[in-house]
Design a protein around this ligand. Sequence first.
Ligand code: PLP
Length: 427
Amino acid sequence: MKFKNTLEYARELDAEDKLSSYRDQFIFPQHEGENVIYFTGNSLGLQPKSAKKYVDEIMTDWANLAVEGHFYAEKPWWDYHERFSAKLAKVVGAKPAEVTVMNTLTVNLHLLMVSFYRPKGKRYKIICEEKAFPSDQYMISSQVRFHGYDPNEAIVEIKRREGENNFRTEDILAKIKEVGEQCALVLIGGVNYYTGQVLAMETITRAGHEIGAFVGWDLAHAAGNIELNLSEWNVDFAAWCSYKYMNSGPGNASGCFINEKYHNQKDIPRFEGWWGHSKERRFLMEPEFQPENGADAWQISNAPVLALAPYLASLEMFEEVGMPALIEKRNKIVAYLEFVLHEIDKEVDSTFEIITPANQEERGTQLSVFLHGEGRELFNYLMKNGVITDWREPNVIRLAPAPFYCSFEDMFHFGQILKKGILEKSK
Ligand SMILES: *Cc1c(COP(=O)(O)O)cnc(C)c1O
């Protein structure tokens, strides 16, 4: 595609954009009376205007009905979470019974490891990526120690090659083969939070199964961002947070996927609670646990409906638009942002480098840009001028133009602000 770095051209792209009307369904922070240029939808998505209504509905039902809201609210609370499975299943490519919404991400990964990290004999190692998101590192390390192993010995990290920014699939596969029958679990981030690289999840899952390990994915940066086919890829389990690309609100609930082949395994180890109990029998208060069908059996507590309300509001928009349309716009707007960055790079002395794969198949919404020299100063300049991005040590800003609400015009203006910032700095 031949792009142009002009305001007029960016506006043409917006005029052609079938999703452009969704921008108006989100609330933007303001900078000098205008919407900010928001690049951190990969960290906390913007608030859908409909979210407040969904929360208010519960507040009103609570005021009017109190405990009776569990059964007689507009959307009864006792099965509120069931509204999520079918919608979320479409986002992650699963069967509705394989998906549930509960707790938060790191908590869910811990709970899923109760079922899928079962070290025994010489099979006790976990393969993960180097420099994983800190919470994942702490989680994996504490799980390994909980089972009585030494993390230095039991955790095997996949590494990038010297001087390279991204993982190579061949290296991941080689590492899986090397660890072989010592490997109990492969657990990796499907989209790397730092570089935005999308891993070859299907191929890696197959390789993990070939050596007899379970394979799980942390989809924090993948859900609502890239195409996922968890059922078809035969993934064992996965979990994701909803406040990043899924726009559900700060700290909000996580979704989980548990492959249907485990649903009827009566002896699968699992931490249980009354919300995982058969729903027909839940209120009989029986002493013996009878699992609900599907992933819902992994639920423990009754659902935090006030938190789920904005998530549901957002999920309805995902259902309306569908992942294919979001991905189509994503590819175009990310390509345009990449083009604008290269144009600015040509106009000023090169001071930055995109470390995200250039190949569209290996990336989603995020471009990570390595700033050479006085990067922090440039970052501060952007923030002061209405560009919301984030800083990751040692010198990276992450730019994620969420297809729901970012415009091509935003990308053009961002380029102009970036250029000014670089020129000002070099004065
Ligand atoms: C954002 C993110 C988390 C956050 O975990 P919470 O339990 O939701 O606080 C964990 N892992 C990865 C890879 C992330 O990107």
